[in-house]
Write a protein that binds this ligand. Structure first.
Ligand SMILES: NC(=O)c1ccc[n+]([C@@H]2O[C@H](COP(=O)([O-])OP(=O)(O)OC[C@H]3O[C@@H](n4cnc5c(N)ncnc54)[C@H](OP(=O)(O)O)[C@@H]3O)[C@@H](O)[C@H]2O)c1
Length: 382
C-alpha cells in the first residue's frame, strides 16, 4: 500500500521487499503454537546501503510470547541497525502491556534509528492499532504496510481473530475417502491417509495452540492427539474434548496422558459432577459453559472462553458432527479437506454435513497440495 502522495515503489523494490518479507513470514511461522496469547511475529533487518542488500539480523517471537521479534533482531544488530530496513510481519506494538516488559517495539525502532520500515499486516490490538505509524511519521521513518498482506494475514489469522472476534481462529480438518466418507459406524477404524499425509497433519498440530475433537471421536478412536514427528515431540499443543455430558472415559488414552500434555474438556453446566471428579483426579481440566438448544455444548460460548484463556488458533480434528456444528455457528475460519486416495476399509459416515457444505460456498479455496497419494485442499474465510 503506497501512502497518499508517496512515490510508487519500483518493480525491483517491490520484488526485494517481497523477498525479505517472505523470509520474515517463514520465521514467524516457526513459532506458531508456542507464543499464545501473543502472535508469532517474524522480523528481518537488512542493510541496503551497499550494491546488494545484506541481512544483518533476524528475529522471531520467543516461546511464551516474549521477547518480541523486533527486539531480538534490533539487539542482535546493535549499532548496525542505524539506517537499515526492518521487515516485520505484523505492525509493531506501540504501547507497553506492563512496565516489566520494557519499551514497546515502536519505541525501540525509533531509538535504533531504523531507515525504513516494511510491515505486512496492521495489528488491530489496542497495544498497536495504528499508534506506531503516527510515531514513525514523527520520527521521519518511512513506513509501508501491506507487503505480502494475504500471507501475513494467514500467519496472524489466529491473533487477529482473537482480537476482533474474541475467540481463537478455528481450522477444521477432515479426511475423507474418494467416496466422501470420514469414518465407519461399526468395525475397525477407517484408515484414510498415508504416512506422508499423516506427517503433514502432525506438523499442523505442532503449529496450533490446541487440538479439538468431539467426544464421538474419543469414543470411536481413542486418539492420543499429540505430535509424534521426530524432533517435534515437545510441540504437542493443548488437547480439548467437546463433551456435553462428560462421557469421556477416565481410561481414555488422552486422559492417561493429561499429566504430560494439558487436556481440557469443555462440557455444559448441566453435566454430572461424578465423572468430573474422576477426570480431574487424572489431571484433566473441566470447563463448563451453557448448553445450546439441543443440550449440547454452546460452541460460540465455548470458543469465547478459549479466547479468554489466550488461545489464538484451534485445530479441530473432530468428526463430521462437530465440524458441521461449528459451520452452523459460523465458526469455521479455515477448512482443510484431505481426500485419501489410498483409503483402506469401508466407510458409512459422510465427511461433509449439510451446514459445512453450505458454508463452503462462502469460503475461498486458496491452495491444493498433493502429499503422496493424498490431496489436501485449503479454504479460508474471505
Ligand atoms: N475423517 C476424519 O477426519 C475424522 C476425524 C475424526 C473422527 N472421525 C470419525 O468420525 C466418527 C466419529 O464421528 P463424530 O462426528 O461423532 O465425532 P465428533 O464430531 O468428534 O464428536 C461428536 C460429539 O461431540 C459432542 N458435542 C458436544 N457439543 C457439541 C455440539 N455443540 N455440536 C456437535 N457435537 C457436540 C457430541 O456428544 P455429546 O452430545 O455427548 O456432547 C457429539 O456426539 C468416527 O467414525 C471417527 O473415526 C473421522
Amino acid at each position: 500500500m503506497t501512502p497518499a502522495g508517496a512515490e510508487r515503489p519500483s518493480p525491483d523494490r517491490i520484488l526485494r521487499d517481497e523477498h525479505f518479507m517472505r523470509l520474515a513470514i517463514a520465521l514467524g511461522g516457526r513459532h506458531l503454537g508456542l507464543t499464545w496469547p501473543n502472535p508469532s511475529v517474524g522480523a528481518v533487518l537488512v542493510d541496503e546501503s551497499g550494491d546488494s542488500p545484506m541481512i544483518l539480523a533476524q528475529g522471531v517471537t520467543q516461546a511464551g510470547g516474549r521477547p518480541h521479534a523486533e527486539r531480538i533482531a534490533l539487539e542482535a544488530a546493535g549499532e548496525r541497525a542505524r539506517g537499515a530496513t526492518l521487515y516485520v510481519t505484523l505492525e509493531p506494538c506501540a504501547a507497553r502491556s506492563s512496565h516489566s516488559h520494557g519499551p514497546s517495539c515502536s519505541d525501540l525502532i525509533v531509538a535504533a534509528g531504523i531507515g525504513r520500515l516494511v510491515v505486512s499486516v496492521p495489528d488491530p490490538s489496542p497495544f498497536a492499532a495504528g499508534q506506531g505509524p503516527e510515531r514513525f511519521g514523527r520520527a521521519g521513518i518511512p513506513l509501508s504496510t501491506g507487503c505480502l498482506a494475504p500471507e501475513g494475514a494467514r500467519l496472524h489469522g489466529g491473533h487477529i481473530t482473537r482480537v476482533t472476534r474474541g475467540r481463537p481462529a478455528v481450522t477444521v480438518k477432515l479426511a475423507r475417502s474418494t467416496e466422501g466418507f470420514a469414518g465407519a459406524r461399526r468395525g475397525p477404524r477407517l484408515m484414510l491417509t498415508g504416512e506422508a499425509a499423516n506427517g503433514r497433519v502432525h506438523l499442523m498440530r505442532a503449529h496450533a495452540d490446541a487440538i479439538m475433537v468431539g467426544v464421538g471421536t474419543v469414543l470411536a478412536d481413542d486418539p492420543l492427539l499429540n505430535v509424534r514427528l521426530p524432533g517435534l515431540e515437545g510441540r504437542s499443543p493443548v488437547r480439548i474434548v467437546v463433551d456435553s455430558r462428560l462421557r469421556t472415559p477416565p481410561t481414555a488414552r488422552l486422559v492417561a496422558g493429561a499429566g504430560m500434555i494439558p487436556t481440557w474438556i469443555v462440557t455444559t453446566v448441566d453435566a454430572p459432577v461424578e465423572p468430573e471428579r474422576a477426570l480431574a483426579a487424572r489431571g484433566v481440566e473441566i470447563l463448563r459453559v451453557s448448553s445450546d438448544a439441543n443440550g449440547r455444548v454452546h460452541l460460540p460460548e465455548a470458543l469465547q472462553l478459549l479466547g479468554t484463556r489466550g488461545l489464538t488458533g484451534v485445530f479441530c480434528e473432530g468428526g463430521p458432527d462437530l465440524a458441521d456444528a461449528l459451520a452452523r455457528s459460523d465458526l469455521v475460519d479455515e477448512l482443510v479437506l484431505i481426500t485419501g486416495r489410498s483409503a483402506r476399509g469401508q466407510g458409512d459416515v459422510p465427511a461433509l454435513g449439510p451446514a459445512l457444505q453450505d458454508r463452503m460456498d462462502f469460503l475461498n479455496p486458496w491452495a491444493e497440495e498433493q502429499i503422496g497419494p493424498d490431496l489436501f485442499m485449503f479454504w479460508e474465510r474471505p
